[in-house]
Every structure is written in structure tokens, then in C-alpha cells.
Design a protein around this ligand. Sequence first.
Ligand code: BES
Ligand code: ZN
Ligand code: ZN
Length: 485
Amino acid sequence: MKISFKTISAKVTKTDLLVLLSPEGRAPKLPPGVSIPKSVETSFSGKSRETRFADTIDGPAERVLLIGLGKGKSFDLETVRRAAAIAAQKAQKTHAASVTFWVDLKLDKSAEDFGQALGEGLVMGAHRLVDFKRSPKKCSLKKVIIQSSKEVSRGAKTGVIVGEGNTFARRLQDTPANKMRPKDMVAEARKIAKNSPKITVKALDEKSMEKLGMGSLLSVSRGSSEPAYLIHLVYKPAKKTKRKICLVGKGLTFDSGGISIKPSARMDEMKYDMSGGAAVLGTFHALAGLNPDVEVHGLVPTSENMPDASSVKPGDVVTASNGLTIEVLNTDAEGRLILADALAYAEKTIKPDAMIDLATLTGAVVVALGHELTGVMGNSKTLSDELVASGQTTGELVWPLPIIDFHKEDMKGSVGDLKNIGSPSTGAGSCTAGAFLSNFVGDIPWAHLDIAGTAWGATRRDYQGGPVGTGVGVRLLLDYLKKQR
Ligand code: BES
Ligand code: ZN
Ligand code: ZN
């Protein structure tokens, strides 16, 4: 899908579908020379997400699609995102090859944000699931023109890049675990770095991680024939920057539970256990095009958790790179084991101003917050407030959960410094997981995002949802990074 931009003053050229986003209570404002039956115009009220197709009477467009934006002067960005996604989907359903968005609205200060939401919604709405069928379906939509003000176009260009970051992450998420192995995650990271002079990558292999004493991370993949890696991406803007942020994403390409094996029902969904890693890679995919003024490091510990004769066993004691020993009482609580060494590596060698990890860490967070809210924990109220605010801007909602001393105390081991699961009587599985991680971040401001509920299976909202990956985290992190200077 090729997207290009034109001003309102340019003539509308031949197109299969002309899309008009139209507010409630105002007659749809068609471009000069395009006309549709009066009855369609008058019966369209412009309510949020209302749609109406019309064959044109005259003009360069075959058909017109009116989409309602609802009431108000400055539009709700979620409505704009959804409207653009509806347009992309309707275009594909009707086999339109070319679409022109005609945006002639009074938007004032919000024009750029409106444009960004439009670009995001368009790209995310047009996203097609990875398909491994013998004859995969092809996308009909080849050409999109966005015809609008300079400000809207500028925002839409950003939105397209952000949307592509999201769909990049979704492709990695939805790819089955036999085709998205730790080494494939490494290959994806290398491709990102190859495409941008501002991004570099290295991937620590098992040998290098052994030298660094990452016994916690390495214990998880002992039962797998796929070796583990620690991917380290760095984005450096041209200008010297004040802030350095580190993103860490759990990249378990398959979590069978290991020796503490999971029940077989829905075990297939554990291909999504790399969603945190996908979010970090998707963010870097977009950083290349967005150029924010902040240095960004991305760490993705990636491995596979499988039962085998050489697997880590319940009761084994492993040593993390910061010297802490961990009793692995449940091999299914493996995410925290790989994150432990990744966070310790960030704290020791990258020394960022802030670090944020994203992980499909606990089933408990799905019980607590469901599929629409990501849980945030950590040691910095400022950082978690910033993430909550970015959640509101992007629609990737974030809700704070506590880590109290009681949770930290509960994660202390009997023969090791720590244990990897909380006591059954404590409950609060997401908080105890966060408490475990807090032992590996030192004094660095840190936030942990538990995306186990939001990474897949969210409610449908036109541009995402259903039993597939959401790419959650990419838009959230990009909004957060944009605000760092
Ligand atoms: N990857 C899972 C968490 C998960 C479960 C994500 C369900 C999405 C849906 C994680 O590795 C895990 O298995 N966690 C255990 C921890 C427990 C053993 C303390 C869990 O949540 O049950
Ligand atoms: Zn697990
Ligand atoms: Zn897991």
C-alpha cells in the first residue's frame, strides 16, 4: 500500500473510493466537482463510526464513503483512528485499489494529532494477518492519497510510521513459534538496524552470556534445542541528547511452562509470550523514521521454554549476573528469569536515565485488569504517571498496581537469595512478579508493564482486536519517547 499526500487545493484525481470523514451536525463537505445523491447527504447524521456508501453522480471518484466523527470541534482521536481503520477495511471489502481521503476540516491546534490518528488508523486497519495458506489472500488496496492541510499531512506521515511500528510487532506476534524462533527475532532486529544508519544492533549468544554470568536467563532455554540470545539495539539521534532510555521486552518465542508444564488447552497462545520483545522491535522499527531527540536502547532477551532431560527443574538454584541466587520453584515463572539478567545488564552496562520493561508476565494481570488495561508497577511514580498519560493519548490504557515491601519480602528464598514465585497465601501474582524484578534494577527509575492481558485477545475496535496480536506497547512507548528531551 503506497501512501501519498496532496493539498486541499489540488484537484481530486481518479480514485475508486473517496473517503470523507464528517462531523455530526454538519452536512458532508465534498470536494469541488464530486457529487452524490442528495438523499444520501441529508440522511447521513455524522454520528461516531456511522458509515454510508454512495455511487457518485459526477466527478473523478467511483464511489464515496462517508464516515461519522461524532460531535465536537476537536475530535476524539480514538474516533479518528477507528474511522480511518473502518475506511481501510471497507475499501478492502469492496476491492477498491485506490482510495483518497478528503480531509477539509477546521482543526486549529489539533490538526497534527488528528493527522497522526488518521495515519495510525489507516495502517493498522489495513493490516492483514500473516497467512500461511497455499494461496494467501492478496491485499486489494494499492494506493492511498491523503488530501488535506499541511498540518494534517505532517501528522499523518508520523501516524503511518507509528502504525507500521505497530503492525511490524503484530506480524512477529502472530507468526507461529516454529517460524518465529529466538534466532528469527535476532534476524528481525538485524533487518531493522540494516535499514537505518541511526540504529545499531548486537546479539549476545549463549557463550557471551555465560561469560557475563547470566545464569538466570540461560536456565530457561536449557530444555530447548533453540539457543537463547540477548538482543541489544541502540538508536542514537544525530544531535547530542540529554536522556537515555532503555526498553526491555520479554521475548519467549514459546512458553510451554517447561517441567512445570502448562495445561494443553490454549497452549498454542504461548507463541505470544514474545509480545514484549515484539513491542521493543516494533518501536525501533518506527524510531528509524521518527528521529526523536533521545537515545534509546532496546534489550530483548529471547528464548524458548521447553521440557527436556536438560531442562531446569523445580528446586534448582541459578545465579543471575548481579550475583543474586534464585530458587526456581516453578519453571513456568520463566519470564522474570530472563528479564532479571537483561535488567541487570541494563543497570550495569547501559546505565540509562530510565528503563521500562514490557512482558506477558502473569496470568494474574488478566484476572485483575482484563484485556483492555496494561498493569504498570515500578519504583518511580513519575515514570509510571508518564506511562499512564501516554496510555490515555494513545488508547493503550495503563493502570498502576502496587509493589509493597510485603511483596518483596515474600520473594526471598530459603536456600537462595530469591525464589521465582510468591507464596500461595500472598496471592497478588502480578505484584510479586514485579517485586522479584525490582531486585535487578538498582537505583534506576524503572517501570514494569505487564501486558499479558493486552498483548492479544483485546476487544475489537476496528484497528485492532479479536483473537490475534495487538502490537500493544509500540504506540505507547513512541508517545512516551516523543515527550523525552
Ligand atoms: N507467559 C506466562 C504468563 C501468561 C499466562 C501470559 C497466561 C498470558 C496468559 C508466564 O510465563 C507464566 O506462566 N506465569 C505464571 C507464573 C506463576 C507460575 C507464578 C502464571 O501467571 O501462571
Ligand atoms: Zn511461563
Ligand atoms: Zn511466559
